[in-house]
Design a protein around this ligand. Structure first.
Ligand code: ATP
Ligand code: MG
Length: 590
């Protein structure tokens, strides 16, 4: 990209820690003059930030092209009709930016592009001979995030690399699994090259849907996702997905006493009730009620976990489908109001609420499906009961209880591989996500091809996303110190910064000469030509984190040398290097 003089570009550094920024990457991106906010979740990328973005995009492009993907560009503005068949405009909810044009036509700003690319493929691809194909773009995405925060980590307009692959088969050459594995490997190379420390975890597929997926999570305390990894190193998953190992259960335990009702007014939440009853949350039962539907039929699900655990909605959905009845689907939208209207004492529901209700499915987590003392709701507003007993209160009254893993995993839980591994919880920033979509989109949008026997076959899809801006912020989260950013060399905005103590006389001549020699050697160099004192110049160089700094001062010049300092501290306070050796030193330590 060529050399640059500091005075000829815009690098508005600042010593002040901006009040609005709470995480280090956000603070440093503002302070180093990489970005500027123009509104909630909207950012200018200033020249330094843009250079980093370009380097990251180059890495992503190289690896995508190497993996056999082909680049294209689709519009951000998407006519709403594209969502007619997939209904994803509804599924995406308020996160979808919508607008109306001058002719009254509705459109959305794309949060991802499954519909647009499926439509494109449908227009041109009719035979199995044209597949497999893997297409990608690097393009601006829009999401009206409820809570944009942490700078470019969660914003409303951001650059994403999104790739989509199309296949006739899942297995074998040209199948989805082959491309998925190649993309998975390409993602590893991308994140390695960007200097990230990451974990790969099994993931839920969310509103994009599909059958299998992995997330690439930067290991960082500022991450918004909770991930669990087995201490045996053979299993890792997002908490949204993480299964828990076998746990014994027993619903036959004898009662611990008479079921006694207690008045518990004005006590919101488990904690309040727990204090009031003097019962630990782990000895309380927590219930969630959802309607289910199957065509014309409908009924209820009562999910039961311990008071200190959280119900995992996706697990309940899957158990209902896989272990109770294939045709049942969980209705989560507006479920609380519906349950209240049907007479459930929301906030005070116990498993006994199933008694006398036909088509009511009770699913209990194994930890909750135990004997011993339990406190729970009394199925009556402002009341709880002590000494709830599964056998007496539920089983003996003719209600069947399904016992299954339906809660979020926690630190210390057994690994689902049941190999003695223990799950450990940590935080992650999701930088990339690969999905096996299956035929969700092609079926919805009628995209099929003829196979070799002239039979119509639904096209099998995969999709693969990377947050370009998130990579940058994540790289800073894991590569900074008290003085500023310490860029991993491949994504630094410049490779070398030359800092003449005074940009005049011999120092100026040497600076200019090195500037052109270093850039001829293929490195990007920034010259701090400002008329500033050396102290602030050094501070700024540290803040913006350029990997190599050349200090040009009279003392060193008198010995035919310049001082080489590495931002990662590997040369200590610096090393005197002969001028004629500087270029090769810069090249070799890149
Ligand atoms: P999240 O769970 O963090 O909201 P997501 O799972 O909805 O993200 P995907 O639909 O998988 O995101 O999008 C692909 C990638 O785009 C993500 O892995 C992430 O790197 C990036 N990304 C998603 N949302 C944002 C955002 N609001 N700001 C910046 N990058 C984002
Ligand atoms: Mg995702």
């Amino acid at each position: 990209m060529g050399p640059m003089k500091w005075s000829q570009t815009l690098i508005p550094t600042s010593r002040q820690v901006p009040a609005e920024a709470v995480v280090p990457s956000h603070q440093l991106m503002l302070r180093a003059g990489l970005i500027r906010s123009i509104g909630a979740g909207l950012y200018d990328y200033l020249p330094l930030g843009w250079r980093v973005l370009q380097r990251v995009m180059n890495i992503v492009r190289e690896e995508m092209n190497d993996a056999g993907a082909s680049e294209l560009l689709m519009p951000a503005l998407i006519p709403i009709e594209f969502y007619a068949d997939t209904r994803r405009d509804v599924d995406y909810g308020d996160n979808l930016f919508r607008l109306t044009d001058r002719h009254g036509r509705s459109a959305a700003l794309g949060p991802t592009h499954e519909e647009v690319i499926t439509e494109l493929m449908k227009a041109y691809v009719t035979s199995y001979r044209q597949l497999p194909l893997n297409l990608y773009q690097i393009q601006t995405k829009y999401r009206d995030e409820f809570r944009p925060r942490f700078g470019v980590l969660r914003c409303r307009e951001f650059l994403m690399k999104d790739a989509y692959s199309f296949h006739v088969e899942v297995d074998g050459p040209g199948g989805l699994n082959e491309t998925y594995d190649r993309m998975y490997a390409a993602y590893c190379r991308i994140f390695d090259r960007c200097g990230l420390d990451y974990s790969i975890v099994e993931a839920e597929s969310g509103p994009i849907g599909g059958s299998a997926s992995h997330e690439f999570m930067c290991n960082s305390p500022v991450g918004e996702d909770t991930i669990l990894k087995s201490d045996k190193g053979n299993y890792a998953a997002n908490v949204e997905k993480c299964a828990i190992g076998d746990r014994p259960h027993d619903l036959s335990g004898a009662p611990t006493g008479e079921r006694t009702k207690v008045h518990t007014p004005n006590l919101p939440g488990i904690e309040g009730v727990s204090d009031f009853l003097k019962v630990k949350p782990s000895r309380m039962l927590k219930t969630i009620v959802w309607p289910w539907r199957a065509g014309e039929r409908n009924g209820w699900v009562i999910a039961v976990v311990c008071g200190h655990h959280d119900v995992n909605e996706a697990k309940v959905r899957d158990i209902l489908r896989d272990q109770v009845d294939r045709s049942l689907t969980l209705q989560t939208e507006g479920s609380e109001g519906a349950a209240r209207a049907a007479g459930f004492a929301i906030g005070y529901v116990s498993p006994s609420a199933a008694i006398g209700r036909s088509a009511c499915v009770v699913i209990a987590d194994p930890d909750a499906a135990q004997g011993g003392f339990w406190a729970t709701g009394a199925d009556e507003m402002d009341h709880h009961v002590n000494h709830f007993n599964w056998k007496r209160e539920v089983l003996d009254k003719g209600v069947q209880v399904h016992v299954a893993d339906i809660r979020n995993a926690m630190d210390g839980d057994p690994s689902p591989l049941n190999d003695g591994g223990v799950l450990r919880a940590s935080k992650g920033i999701e930088v990339g996500h690969v999905f096996k979509l299956g035929t969700k989109y092609s079926d919805a949008m009628g995209f099929a091809v003829l196979d070799e026997k002239q039979q119509k076959r639904s096209v099998i899809m995969g999709c693969y996303g990377i947050g370009i801006g998130r990579i940058i912020a994540s790289a800073i989260e894991m590569n900074h110190d008290e003085n500023g950013i310490v860029w991993p060399a491949p994504i630094a905005p410049y490779d070398v910064i030359i800092t003449p103590i005074k940009y005049e006389g011999e120092a100026r001549e040497v600076t200019d000469r090195l500037e052109s020699q270093i850039s001829q050697a293929g490195l990007d160099v920034l010259v701090d030509d400002r008329d500033e004192r050396p102290g602030p110049k050094f501070k700024d160089a540290d803040l913006i984190g350029i990997p190599i700094r050349l200090t040009i001062g009279d003392k060193a010049l008198a010995q035919g040398c310049v001082e080489v300092v590495k931002r990662d501290g590997s040369l200590g306070k610096g090393e005197m290097v002969r001028i004629e050796e500087v270029v090769s030193r810069c090249r070799s330590s890149r």
